[in-house]
Write a protein that binds this ligand. Sequence first.
Ligand code: MN
Ligand code: MN
Length: 470
Amino acid sequence: MANAKELKEKYFLDLKNGYKRITEAEEKQILDYCEGYKNFLNSAKTEREAVKTAIALAAKKGYKEFVPGQKYSTGDKFFINNRGKAAAFIKIGKESAEKGVNIAAAHIDSPRLDLKPQPLYEDSELSLFKTHYYGGIRKYQWTAIPLSLHGVVSLKNGETVEITIGEDENDPVFVVSDLLPHLAKEQSKRTLNEGIKGEELNVIIGSRPFSDDDESELVKLNILNILFNKYNIKEEDFYSAELECVPAFKARDLGFDRSMIGSYGHDDRVCAYPCFTALLDTDENESEKELNKTAVIILADKEEIGSDGNTGLNSAFLKYVVDDLCRPFNLSTTVALRNSSCLSADVNGAFDPTFSDVFERKNSAYLNYGTVITKYTGAGGKSSTNDASAEYMAKIRKILDDNNVIWQAGELGKVDAGGGGTVAKYIANLGVDVVDIGVPVLSMHSPFETVAKLDIYNTFKAIKAFILNA
Ligand code: MN
Ligand code: MN
């Protein structure tokens, strides 16, 4: 008779907490890497800031702006800036693009409160901004927390004014008010979904009248006077602005053991940062410097609102990037896409013991169990998802195991509990093999999301192993 313990070791899945798999030296690498990630979070709270920060880091490593028509050769490194809101980072490999390129895609937009086209008003001698929420937020979470304002105002003369207020310790911040419990008797009867309504997400921005003149709207006037003096903008300039209210908190270590990071915007900068730093890191080691296949890192906009628009991935952006690699050599873009592999790097919901009833324990992602491979997303009966093939899953899990990546497989909650999607299906629609990978997150889409450091580092390791070996 065979020994049951030995046979179990041989046949059973070997799932354990990542901390049981790493050495002290590896733990130090995790902590070091996450310091860089926290800096990235603090300087990249919007898609525009993420593009700018990523390009600055890549430029330091020798990445140059893309020149259309140029015949790039092995080892060349460049970036394509799509309107300052999405970007591609490319390093040319030895093989022809028609053999396929290795793509890692993540998104850099996050849920937030956007200002409406005519946001500014005064009511009862307070000045406020009307907002329109962006992405899937739980509205009640966005009241009574400090907000900062980020974005651009484009003027008719072609100039664009950049605004960031609320990040510096000495800056003022803004807030959406909520009712005091004493008077919330009726509001408290609303469903959680309606607890705060869309038109109640009004941001308080001022209370001081301009002067003691006998005029109306003096608080609003005072705000416009401040804005004109500081930025040279008038009320009509809001028509051509993209201004976003985001939580003013900084990324912080979380837990007595500092094993986690709490921050706004982990979804999906917690995958975007691993994607482009994995590519940059291939230059650090002589044996990894030369890539077999061309690597394409995509940082996409608009994922949180369905990926539509010319900076989202339900556009021709990625297809044109691959075309830019093929055309100068008279190569076929369709052949290149058909032979390409992709990791769609996006977060998954982590198992939450406080709300365990929406998760199915055997197929959930857990904090500290490593980067999570998600074969399919979608909702209901697998609707609206790229469902990665068994063959492609096998290829990816071999790459991860061969490179000692700590990883797990999971799906988003119980069947029929809800659902969600990523950019994977849009890339799959181009003929590319795609599977989702990413970091498990607690409180996803909230103003302060939680992730585990071990999972971030292993997502970085996974992306790098993929770039080098797929
Ligand atoms: Mn996401
Ligand atoms: Mn999301």
